[in-house]
Design a protein around this ligand. Sequence first.
Ligand SMILES: [Zn+2]
Length: 71
Amino acid sequence: MLFQDQSGKTVGDGLGTCVYQQRRDPILVCPRCKRAVMSFIDIIDGKPFSIYRCKEHGDVVAIWSEVVNEY
Ligand SMILES: [Zn+2]
Protein backbone atom coordinates (compact mmCIF):
# COMPACT_ATOMS: atom_id res chain seq x y z
CA MET A 1 0.00 0.00 0.00
CA LEU A 2 1.27 3.44 -0.84
CA PHE A 3 0.65 6.64 0.99
CA GLN A 4 1.15 10.12 -0.30
CA ASP A 5 1.93 13.23 1.65
CA GLN A 6 0.47 16.65 0.99
CA SER A 7 2.92 17.41 -1.81
CA GLY A 8 1.85 14.28 -3.63
CA LYS A 9 5.10 12.38 -3.49
CA THR A 10 5.18 8.79 -2.49
CA VAL A 11 6.49 8.55 1.01
CA GLY A 12 6.74 4.83 1.50
CA ASP A 13 5.19 1.44 1.15
CA GLY A 14 5.44 0.44 4.76
CA LEU A 15 8.68 -1.43 4.19
CA GLY A 16 10.97 1.55 4.48
CA THR A 17 11.62 1.92 0.78
CA CYS A 18 11.59 5.65 0.26
CA VAL A 19 13.20 7.93 -2.25
CA TYR A 20 14.35 11.24 -0.94
CA GLN A 21 16.83 13.79 -2.14
CA GLN A 22 18.02 14.24 1.39
CA ARG A 23 18.20 10.99 3.26
CA ARG A 24 17.53 10.73 6.93
CA ASP A 25 15.85 7.95 8.79
CA PRO A 26 12.14 8.37 8.24
CA ILE A 27 9.87 7.32 11.03
CA LEU A 28 6.17 6.69 11.21
CA VAL A 29 4.23 9.79 12.15
CA CYS A 30 0.66 10.99 12.39
CA PRO A 31 -0.40 12.43 9.01
CA ARG A 32 -2.13 15.35 10.72
CA CYS A 33 0.32 16.60 13.31
CA LYS A 34 3.51 14.83 12.17
CA ARG A 35 4.31 13.52 15.61
CA ALA A 36 5.62 10.04 16.19
CA VAL A 37 2.85 7.51 16.67
CA MET A 38 2.65 4.53 18.95
CA SER A 39 2.25 1.26 17.09
CA PHE A 40 0.29 -1.79 18.05
CA ILE A 41 -0.22 -5.13 16.39
CA ASP A 42 -3.79 -6.33 16.40
CA ILE A 43 -5.08 -9.62 15.09
CA ILE A 44 -8.08 -9.19 12.80
CA ASP A 45 -9.55 -12.26 11.12
CA GLY A 46 -6.46 -14.19 12.09
CA LYS A 47 -4.07 -11.75 10.42
CA PRO A 48 -1.83 -9.29 12.18
CA PHE A 49 -2.55 -5.64 11.48
CA SER A 50 -0.43 -2.71 12.50
CA ILE A 51 -2.38 -0.03 14.27
CA TYR A 52 -0.91 3.39 14.84
CA ARG A 53 -2.17 5.74 17.46
CA CYS A 54 -1.54 9.43 17.85
CA LYS A 55 -1.83 11.01 21.27
CA GLU A 56 -3.92 13.81 19.76
CA HIS A 57 -5.80 12.16 16.95
CA GLY A 58 -6.36 8.59 18.06
CA ASP A 59 -6.05 5.81 15.49
CA VAL A 60 -4.48 7.16 12.31
CA VAL A 61 -2.94 5.91 9.09
CA ALA A 62 0.67 6.59 9.92
CA ILE A 63 3.01 7.85 7.22
CA TRP A 64 6.76 7.64 6.88
CA SER A 65 8.27 11.04 7.36
CA GLU A 66 11.63 12.60 7.99
CA VAL A 67 9.88 15.68 9.30
CA VAL A 68 8.83 14.99 12.86
CA ASN A 69 7.35 17.34 15.38
CA GLU A 70 8.58 16.72 18.87
CA TYR A 71 5.71 18.51 20.57
ZN1 LIG B 1 -1.81 13.56 15.35
